[in-house]
Each structure stands twice: as structure tokens, then as C-alpha cells.
Design a protein around this ligand. Structure first.
Ligand SMILES: Nc1ncnc2c1ncn2[C@@H]1O[C@H](COP(=O)(O)OP(=O)(O)OC[C@H]2O[C@@H]([n+]3cccc(C(=O)O)c3)[C@H](O)[C@@H]2O)[C@@H](O)[C@H]1O
Ligand SMILES: Nc1ncnc2c1ncn2[C@@H]1O[C@H](COP(=O)(O)OP(=O)(O)OP(=O)(O)O)[C@@H](O)[C@H]1O
Ligand SMILES: [Mg+2]
Length: 245
């Protein structure tokens, strides 16, 4: 594990040098993926790294966990509360759709969740430009393969240091890095709506996705779910399609 950490930390340092920027930042949610990245960027750029906490109708536990992650790794932070910003933007869009008879309640619920992720992305780039830092993403191999992220939201980043690690490997790295236990052991959640957990929404488990990525046998039903997510999300892992010249 130590070797893996050293490898990623020096890769991050190289990216900073090559991009000719001053440092790195990450959104810190109180979840395990951003906790690991927070530790890695602090190691890569001890004097020029930043965590950004961005509550948006978030659970109070998440904020408590974000604070304990930041304290444990000594990463400085700022907090930008997006609750009001989201409220203004979302209710304006909703009103316009409603008054013109174009509102689809179910679709808009999903769009609402993705809007929060995209407001966070805009916030991170605003702070990154101010500091001359790069935005570091937190997607792991399981999320990347299944496309379980918001296009141009939490997927809109400059670097993806965890993209080759399964969720299990992220957990092992979190333990090695001293991430607080309550963060390591809670259910992964995008916090996109009340009571949401990743595994409920996906209909399969990270353990199955990890096993599938490692080439091991998993139940046929889970294999089908994972492959369907992978196919459906191909566009998120590519540049936007363009017509031939
Ligand atoms: N074939 C295609 N070619 C090009 N573009 C295509 C496309 N199909 C859809 N699109 C575009 O992509 C959009 C759909 O993609 P997107 O907006 O990402 O939305 P979508 O994939 O529907 O939803 C995002 C998923 O990621 C989950 N998520 C989000 C954020 C964080 C986390 C987490 O783990 O923390 C999880 C979230 O719960 C949800 O299940 C469509 O609205 C359309 O604009
Ligand atoms: N409230 C928040 N404040 C700051 N960043 C956030 C917040 N919510 C989400 N993010 C950013 O979006 C990323 C994607 O969320 P995701 O839930 O996949 O990761 P996580 O919360 O770190 O871990 P887990 O998957 O275990 O919940 C986070 O890692 C973080 O960078
Ligand atoms: Mg989360």
C-alpha cells in the first residue's frame, strides 16, 4: 500500500509541474473517496492544497465527517454553502418548465440531483482558477466503469488519481492513510436525495463490481446490471461526438 500511495503522490506532483500550476484542490464530502484524495493532495502539495466543503441540502453527519477528514490529514479548507444558490436556480428552471407545460416530474428529480453535482464542479473551478490549482476528481474504477457519476459534474475534473483502484482498494488505502473509521465504514452515498445509497440506486454492490473488474465470477443478474450501466455510460468516457469534416 505504501508503494501505491508513493506512486500516486509523485504522479500528482508531476501533473502539477507539467501543468505549470501552483497546487491541487478537491471537494470534500465526508465520504471515503474524497477523504483518500484529500490525504493524497496534502502529501503531494503540503503547502499548496485545499479542500472545498460544499453543502447543498446535505445531511449534518456528512459535514461532521468532512470536518473530521480535514482535521485528520491537516488539509486547509473553505466552505461554500450551495443550498440557496441551488434553490434559486432550480426553482427558476422548474417554474419556466411548468408554466410552458414542459415539466416531467421524474426526469426533473434526476436533473435536480445532477445540478447539485454541476454546481459543485463550477464552484471548484472558480476556486481553482483563483488559486492557480488543478481540480482533482475522486472517481474510482467501479464508478468509472459503470458511469456512476454526473457528466460534467463530479466527472468534470482535471485529474483522476483513483481511477485504477477498485472500491475495496480505496478502502484499504483509506485505512493506511488514517481516514477516520466512521467515514470508512459508512454506506457510500452521493447524498443526492434523502436516504440515497449508491448500492440501492445501482441495484448491485461495489463488492460485485470490484469482483467483476477483477475478472471473477459474480451472479448473472449483477453482471447484466453492471454491463448495461457500462454500455449506457460509454458517452461519459469519451469526447463529445463530432460530425466528419
Ligand atoms: N448516447 C449519448 N451520447 C451523448 N450524450 C448522452 C448520451 N446519452 C445521454 N447523454 C447525455 O448525458 C446526460 C445523462 O448523464 P448524467 O447527466 O451524468 O446523468 P445520469 O447518468 O442519468 O445520472 C447520473 C448518475 O450518477 C449518479 N451519481 C451522480 C453524482 C455523484 C455520484 C456519486 O457516486 O457520488 C453518483 C447519480 O445518482 C445518477 O445515478 C443526458 O442528459 C444527456 O445530456
Ligand atoms: N457536500 C460536498 N462537499 C464537497 N464535495 C462534495 C460534496 N458532495 C460531493 N462532493 C464531491 O463529489 C464527489 C463524488 O461523490 P461520491 O459520493 O462519489 O464520493 P465520496 O462522497 O467521496 O465517497 P462515497 O462514494 O463513499 O460516498 C466527492 O468525492 C466530492 O469530491
Ligand atoms: Mg458520497
Amino acid at each position: 500500500m505504501e508503494q501505491n500511495v508513493i506512486k500516486i503522490v509523485s504522479w500528482l506532483q508531476k501533473q502539477v509541474e507539467q501543468a505549470n500550476v501552483d497546487g491541487l484542490l478537491v471537494g470534500v464530502s465526508g465520504g471515503i473517496d474524497s477523504a483518500v484524495v484529500a490525504n493524497l493532495i496534502k502529501r503531494a502539495c503540503p503547502e499548496s492544497s485545499l479542500g472545498v466543503v460544499m453543502p447543498c441540502k446535505s445531511q449534518s453527519d456528512d459535514q461532521k465527517h468532512a470536518t473530521s477528514v480535514l482535521k485528520a490529514c491537516g488539509l486547509p479548507s473553505i466552505t461554500v454553502d450551495l443550498t440557496e444558490t441551488h434553490e434559486v436556480m432550480f426553482s427558476n428552471i422548474q417554474q419556466q418548465l411548468k408554466s410552458t407545460n414542459q415539466l416531467d416530474e421524474n426526469q426533473l428529480k434526476l436533473a435536480d440531483a445532477n445540478l447539485r453535482a454541476r454546481l459543485r464542479m463550477s464552484t471548484l473551478y472558480t476556486v481553482a482558477t483563483n488559486h492557480k490549482y488543478l481540480v482533482v476528481g475522486t472517481d474510482n474504477a467501479a464508478e468509472w466503469y459503470t458511469g456512476y457519476f454526473t457528466k460534467y459534474g463530479d466527472g468534470g475534473v482535471d485529474l483522476v488519481p483513483l481511477v485504477n483502484l477498485t472500491k475495496g482498494e480505496v478502502r484499504e488505502m483509506a485505512e493506511y492513510l488514517g481516514v477516520p473509521g466512521e467515514v470508512i465504514h459508512k454506506q457510500p452515498s452521493a447524498g443526492l436525495w434523502e436516504g440515497q445509497t449508491d448500492e440501492n440506486e445501482m441495484g448491485t454492490s461495489y463488492a460485485n463490481i470490484d469482483r467483476h473488474l477483477e475478472g471473477k465470477e459474480i451472479p448473472e443478474k449483477d453482471r447484466e446490471i453492471i454491463e448495461a450501466m457500462h454500455t449506457r455510460s460509454a458517452h461519459k468516457r469519451q469526447l463529445p461526438p463530432a460530425p466528419p469534416k
